[in-house]
Ligand binder design. Sequence first.
Ligand SMILES: [Zn+2]
Ligand SMILES: [Zn+2]
Length: 727
Amino acid sequence: MTILRIVIPSALPGSLDYLAPAGAGAAALSPGMRAAVKLGGRACVGVIAEVADRTEVARERLKPVERVVDAAPVVPASLLELLQWAARYYHQPLGGVLRTAMPLLARRGAAPQIPQSVFWECAGGGEAPPPRAVKQRALLDLLQDCGRLDEAALARRFPGWRPVMRRLLQRRLVTRLEEPAQAAPPPRAARHRLNREQQEAVDAVAAGFGEFHRHLLEGVTGSGKTEVYLALCEQAMQRGEQALVLVPEIALTAQTVERFRAQLAGAVCVFHSGLTDRERFHCWSAALSGDAGVVIGTRSAVFLPFKRLGLAVVDEEHDASYKQSESSFRYHARDVAIKRAQIGALPVVLGSATPSLESLHNALQGRYARRHLTRRAAGAAPPRWRVIDLRGSRLEDGLSPPLLAAMRERLAAREQVLLFLNRRGYAPVMLCRDCGAALSCGRCDARLVYHLCDGRLHCHHCGVSQRPPDACSGCGGGMRLVGLGTEKVERHLAQLFPETDIVRIDTDAVRRKNELQRRLERVRSGDAGIVLGTQMLTKGHHFPAMTLVGIVNADQSLFAADFRAIERLGQLIVQVGGRAGRGAAAGEVMLQTHHPHHPQLQVLLKSGYGAFALQLLPQREAAQLPPYRHLAVIRARSAAGAEAAAFLDLVHRASQECARRHATQVFPPAPMMMEKKAGHYRAQLLLSAADAHSLNACLAALLPAAARLARGRKVRWHLDVDPGEAV
Ligand SMILES: [Zn+2]
Ligand SMILES: [Zn+2]
């Protein structure tokens, strides 16, 4: 009797036992193949997690699988091992992990696509085109001369060929042929001109191909980390292996993708959430077949079924978007990539100008090899930093006289200016002139933000919007708008610089499809004089004519309660400042602040990110926070005020025993920083341990108890291991 232990890609816990189909020898079945099964009368496709010869399920209750879908595993053994690790580490059902790891069409059982090449050739018969069909005759002549042509050749030699070809096909004068695509030839040997530091970094990583090594590549902004990745991907492909390059956001790294495509041609696949189901499935298939030499992708690309993965790169490894914090499976793609490299015995490169404290700590402990790129490519000088003390300064809609003067000078010299303000909308506060009451969201503990584009007040946390009231509901006084958002600065700039093209980039401005690309193109082409935006602007852009960066205000993060706020602020300032002076002209960064003597800000500006980060580490150690401790939070929410906290109180009480046994600290539940959100009251329970193993063991003991306690209560709850923000 052959038993197949099958996991359905859904939130169902555990696996289900089925009988292997009659006649299928156990030898032909292996974990990672998909199988079609009936579950409660419904047809599903699952993945075989194990092939066994016994089961606890009674013989008469065992159902046979309907059909084994694949002849070979679509979840290779090393990937299955990774998914099982992730399920244990993040305490998720394996089915939920598989759901994230497989694109929709793969979960439905579609056969992996074999990349096809399409050709057209003369059919040698059919109905001749009429004499006036000049184009049809010309295309037919071309095909007669050339034999067969593919799409690329047709596009090159006969622009506008598609409708003409359609007519020829209707007349049965040509045939369309499909055959398996030839694998792209391995790239030719490196044609890059790498500087000494880049070459040393490439050599250091390449020396360890085929083994698990972790590298931290610290390169100042504009130092050409992409060149290093490219050279390494090429070497991996020459070894017959594939490479995975994780990036924070595809839309913002279009330039990087273009460079990979230019260098490595057809072997580059892109994987992100903006693709159609079919496109995602195509990339998944190409990873599995080995046709994709390099996959550049966001977070979930870390789970693609590579045939022979030989290299993993995590670009901008500090970026918060690697942490999934919305769905139920809250993984960190950087950490999963490292585990994947360990299981698959391959090198992993974490790159950043501003490494996370976690990675820096690992490097200092000797766990990661450390490489530096200290020089900007093409000899560009590092930008000069200048602090503008805003105390007592007369501001025009947030802009100080020195910043405005510098902007005028740069614009007069036909250079570009970037202004960074991390708040979208027009004004973040609407106040009563008389009693001072501020308008808040009724569903969240948050202020409403006024947006000029639709004249409404929006909540950035739950998405509700409303018309601004004519008068204060408390005292009947008039209302006024206070504070600064990107829309307000944009309007002010339009008055100050009527001749200048101003481009605003924030999530409101680029909501329409391709709007971001259009706006970035205006910047790149040099049409735009001023670029204004939020942190969308900080990531990876290369604007050669940008010589001045103004950081309008970053003060709110200096005193934020989240323990990562100051680290993030440092990264943001350095990244946005790094947009200045990447071309021939020297760059300058002006930072406006009311706190010019803030100690951490001082270190950052005087001594750079490295010194800044080194100074934060002992503070984290003293406060018993990551990277010195491992954290997990259980968050709960309820529509009624006290329910969530009451539930977590019970969990806290239930945790005493396992906390002691596994050396884990469990703190009493506390309301979340924003307690009320979207009409729900939220509380959290924090767990902390010196090592991941203890924390994991404590959670394994505690979670079933928590699930029992939640039963019958009106609460929703979830676990977040290694939370992005907490405390
Ligand atoms: Zn009032
Ligand atoms: Zn709200």
